[in-house]
Unconditional design. Structure first.
Length: 479
């Protein structure tokens, strides 16, 4: 089904923010529950009584097991108005619904009549003013998609200003405005500021709604607004996020796993930076360096492994650098090494660059923390010279792959020919076995006939005559 999610109340998404507003034991009217992922949580975890309106019959059948009443119809057919007559609710939920309607204002006006005194309408609405969409438009694109900001089933598009206008014109006052923040490169549009000139990048980043993916609103009827419910229409400041991480894994009993790893904030386009961290005392190599979560160009100047704090004056237990040709660094998972002169330069074309650090010796089991220090430069942009090197490297790799492919094809043909010869030999052997079986059978038949002849009466009677004939033949032959 198109709209089907797993609820994680601890995460920062529209569903979890809406659910956090609901007081346990409340009566809730949910429009567009899909398969009931939110309905189930409200019923089973919050002890709410939930009524639902859903147009998708298949999804509604799934969700109906979690609600008090399921009304299967298009919201804008408005049959639910009569069906719910006499009911009232603490909360009415529109999670990613209003943008799919022809007349969302009419739906809001009719639905608010079912609110209890001091009840709330909870909405999540995508932001068409997200920088990823603006960046698409600058590039002349406005391509609908199955899900997301440009969902192909959206009939209306909203910014912060038009969200406020929609709710206010429906007789509602926003008492709480929240937002889900997503960077352009992390949206389904996969936009990147590096595709634009720096002045354009600066303007885009300065916008209030730059990274707002969805607006989350809590609204009440105008007549229910109290002095303490002063409308708050200022968007919260986005929690500063770390652009990315250098994640260091050590080898455990189950191999590389999240519990056997540590994250260090990654600095893009800052030149060579030192990343240093202690690891558990018994952390064993090999180690794995996961360098961010996007395609990257990077240079490693050196990696040092210490047993005990580096400032203790002890020499590193292990070093890989220009001096030893970066021994121990192994490119992994679509990483292409460009060269190993003064630094270990590489490019990763997928979103999970990984380098294996293979220590030639085993770390002793002394109860001292292991420290790892990495000198590295990670860039989002790649220079023209390195790009040419990368292109050459890719070309070389393609040539190698084509050669290997040809060798394998030759081996395949040779094996196919041998298989054909073997099949022919098997058939010949089979024919010989059949012929041998026939000869054996014929010999048995002859032997049986001969035995019958020898034992027969006529054979015995004519024996003297046969002996006389043999005698005369021998006499004649001697003359």
């Amino acid at each position: 089904m198109k709209y089907n999610y797993v609820i994680d109340i601890s995460s920062e998404n529209a569903h979890s923010l809406v659910l956090r507003e609901i007081i346990p034991g409340s009566r809730v009217l949910e429009f567009g529950p899909a398969t009931g992922y939110m309905t189930k949580y409200m019923t089973e975890r919050l002890g709410c009584k939930v009524f639902c309106v859903e147009m998708d019959k298949e999804a509604a059948m799934v969700a109906s097991s979690y609600c008090e009443k399921m009304i299967i119809e298009d919201i804008e057919d408005f049959g639910w108005v009569e069906e719910l007559k006499g009911e009232c609710f603490n909360y009415i939920i529109f999670t990613d619904i209003l943008e799919h309607l022809k007349d969302p204002r009419k739906v809001l006006k009719l639905s608010k009549s079912f609110l209890k005194k001091d009840g709330s309408i909870l909405c999540s609405i995508p932001n068409i003013g997200h920088n990823a969409v603006i960046m698409d438009l600058i590039q002349g694109k406005f391509d609908y998609r199955p899900l997301g900001l440009l969902d192909e089933s959206h009939l209306r598009f909203y910014t912060k200003k038009s969200v406020i206008e929609l709710l206010e014109s429906s007789g509602l006052t926003i008492i709480k405005l929240q937002a889900i923040f997503v960077r352009p490169e992390d949206t389904e549009l996969r936009q990147d500021y590096t595709s634009f000139p720096k002045p354009v990048e600066d303007i885009l980043k300065s916008r209030e709604e730059a990274n707002v993916y969805q607006f989350i609103t809590v609204s009440k009827k105008n007549e229910d607004i109290r002095p303490e419910d002063k409308p708050l229409l200022q968007l919260p400041t986005a929690t500063p996020w770390v652009d990315d991480y250098l994640q260091i894994f050590w080898h455990g009993s189950s191999g590389f796993s999240e519990e056997n790893s540590i994250k260090l904030p990654l600095q893009y386009d800052k030149g060579f930076c030192i990343y240093e961290t202690p690891l558990p005392a018994l952390a064993a190599g090999p180690f794995r360096l996961d360098i961010g979560s996007m395609p990257a160009y990077a240079e490693i100047r050196n990696v040092e492994v210490f047993q005990g704090p580096p400032e203790s004056g002890k020499n590193p237990f292990f070093v890989t650098s220009e001096d030893n040709g970066f021994s121990g660094l192994i490119p992994y998972y679509d990483v292409v090494c460009l060269n190993c002169s003064d630094s270990y330069k590489f490019v990763c074309t997928n979103e999970d660059p990984q380098i294996i650090l293979n220590l030639p010796e085993t770390i002793s089991e002394a109860e001292l923390p292991v420290y790892i220090r990495v000198g590295m430069n990670v860039q989002k942009r790649i220079s023209e010279s390195d790009l040419r090197t990368f292109a050459t490297k890719i070309s070389e790799l393609k040539s190698e792959l084509l050669e290997k492919e040809q060798v394998l094809e030759n081996q395949r043909e040779e094996l196919s020919h041998k298989a054909q010869l073997l099949a022919e030999q098997k058939e010949e052997i089979s024919n010989l076995k059949a012929s041998l079986a026939r000869v054996k059978l014929e010999r048995i038949v002859v032997e049986e006939n001969l035995e019958q002849i020898v034992q027969s009466f006529s054979w015995k009677i004519t024996a003297p005559a046969r002996k006389a004939a043999d005698f005369f033949i021998r006499v004649i032959n001697t003359k």
